[in-house]
Design a protein around this ligand. Structure first.
Ligand code: AMP
Length: 194
């Protein structure tokens, strides 16, 4: 069977993390969340963590070279899986090109990009709630949340087009119950991995 490489796409707070975990379990994929990796590195005060910390605090993107290098390590260190689900990556067209190149070297390619659609007011509410529960600093300040959304529109949205031109992008409604959204996602994934 071909390796599966799924990108779960959407603005911060659209539910990517929750859904990616469930998809990873169902389809036996390795879940890679660049945000989770950065938070872990920051917690452990590694060099990478120290480099990333300020960017996360401000809601800005960590430089592409740093992020791509980290991803490469993560992908190449997980040989025994059906594939990968990328959550929070790629966030720029340049990251997407690097990912395509990395996969090309492995004789693989992106299977699909699926975007979760949720509007801005819903996003702000969801993230503030998550901030109250998990205490993520970048989830608790409305200004930081708005700038993350702006970064998403300006730098990350074009990644949808990039894969759309290659016939790989689709959108699903990201509002509703977690199980409903999961079912919508599985329908798309089942169609892709036939
Ligand atoms: P997330 O958990 O996906 O919302 O990511 C939290 C923060 O980590 C972002 O606001 C960025 O500062 C950083 N980050 C996560 N993924 C990336 C990426 N692919 N490129 C650059 N920065 C990222």
């Amino acid at each position: 069977m071909d390796m599966i490489n799924l990108i779960l796409f959407g603005p911060p707070g659209s539910g990517k993390g929750t859904q990616a975990k469930q998809l990873a379990e169902k389809y036996h994929l390795h879940h890679i969340s660049t945000g989770d990796i950065f938070r872990k590195e920051i917690g452990e005060k590694t060099d990478l963590g120290q480099l990333a910390e300020d960017y996360l605090k401000k809601g800005e993107l960590v430089p592409d070279s740093v992020t791509v290098e980290m991803m490469k390590k993560e992908v190449n260190a997980s040989p025994d899986v059906n594939g990968f689900i990328y959550d929070g990556f790629p966030r720029t067209v340049s990251q997407a090109k690097s990912l395509d190149y990395l996969l090309d070297v492995r004789n693989e390619q992106i299977s699909a990009l699926i975007a979760l659609e949720v509007d801005e007011s819903e996003i702000i509410n969801r993230i503030l709630k998550r901030g109250a529960v998990y205490g993520r600093a970048d989830d608790s300040d409305e200004n930081v949340i708005r700038s993350r959304f702006k970064v998403y529109l300006e730098e990350t949205e074009p990644v949808f087009k990039y894969y759309e031109m290659r016939g790989k992008s689709s959108r699903i409604d990201g509002k509703g119950a977690i199980e409903e959204i999961f079912d919508r996602l599985c329908r798309v994934v089942d169609g892709v991995i036939q």
